[in-house]
Write a protein that binds this ligand. Sequence first.
Ligand SMILES: [Zn+2]
Length: 299
Amino acid sequence: MLYRSLAHTSKTASSWSSKPLTSLRPLAFPLAPAAASSPQQPIPALSASSRRTTMSSSTQLLQSILDANETYAAAFAQSDPALLRKLAQGQSPKIFWLGCSDSRVSAELSTGVAPGSIFVHRNIAQCFHPGDPSASAALAYAVHVLKVESIIVCGHTGCGGVRAGMQAAVDAKVKEDAGETVEPPKPGSVDDTIAKWIAPIKSLASPHAHAASDPLSTLELATLTDEHVRATVEAVAASDLVRAAWDEGRDLSVHGWVYHVATAKLRDLDCGFKGPGVRADSLSRPATYADSEPADAEN
Ligand SMILES: [Zn+2]
């Protein structure tokens, strides 16, 4: 089932990185990676009170997150009160980030920048579907109200949405070869909802479905991830919203990156644009898939 493919992700938690983007203000203090914790692994810095022993695990987790927020707020107020006051006045981010909803891939955590640096829209597998009002509204606001200077489409390794799209293409190919009819999922069901969302990724994967290995290999999925990011960069660059900014002579570039969950490294795909049909400056660092994976990785 599609949603099972979608849920097939590594349980490796992303590690905290404090490395900042050089042109942006870094977060001035380290934080506990609360988002990586789970009810089975409570946030270490927090001690459970006796009243929590009667709470459900989800309530305990939420209490821990609120406790972590108190720690975060106190550290923020102590280390950078000027930034807090500035943020209270408004935002002026220079970057718009279109990323996946995956819990391991955060725009701010992966770049180490402070709040106020990146305007973010996330959905499953960082799609930019024509007619999706949510992604379009976020892009419109970022480009034409906030006047961002760069757009980053960021995919990641181990993406459940990409896997589901590839698996759907393979399953359809197998049934087609067997002469079986592909029954559409029940409207409104989980499979129907996911199938509609990942349909463009399935289409992208279809030409490769006949040669796909069983089970799908890490490298096959990584290749499709790159291809999907490139296609999304082209779709964003071709949108009326971005074209309008370029028509105004605005300095605006669109880039495609991939976040490697196993190393927390970002890889630029060197597929960007800074005008209609005009390639963006190359950022290539690091340049290859292998450079961004663990040295002992098996592909
Ligand atoms: Zn993903």
